[in-house]
Ligand binder design. Sequence first.
Ligand code: THU
Length: 146
Amino acid sequence: MSAETPQIEELLQTALAMRAKAYAPYSHYQVGAALLTAEGKIYPGCNIENASYGATNCAERTAFFKAVSEGERHFASIAIAGGPEGQAPEDYAYPCGICRQVMQEFCEKDFLIYVVRSPLDYRRHTLEELLPHGFGGEAMLNRTDF
Ligand code: THU
């Protein structure tokens, strides 16, 4: 079992608060995320929808892309909170498959994923639990024939 995240309260509260920043005029489903780097910095994110639905970006990827574009490469955990607009989350909002794959690109197997309903009601998983046998770049990077 990994140690509890030191800034857990701030991480959970940031994910919950970031729901208010969601741009979700189509689904009216607001998602907030808070990504914690290995050095303790938090990058917040929200979902950003588009009239061309496939151009939508999830909250988790918004947080990752903000962090990676600032040069961050080492991550400890992420908190995610989602639910219908104007309501507290009723369910735990698990990351979609594309977001799990982005986590796989930048995180170790023991990266922690908190799905949050309230500051006192959350579940904790590792990336390995949510994306077993994930595809990573090692297979390609070890090749010498291209
Ligand atoms: N969404 C996220 O932000 N994260 C996920 O992991 C799943 C889905 C967003 C995308 C879209 O704006 C809305 O939730 C409904 O799918």
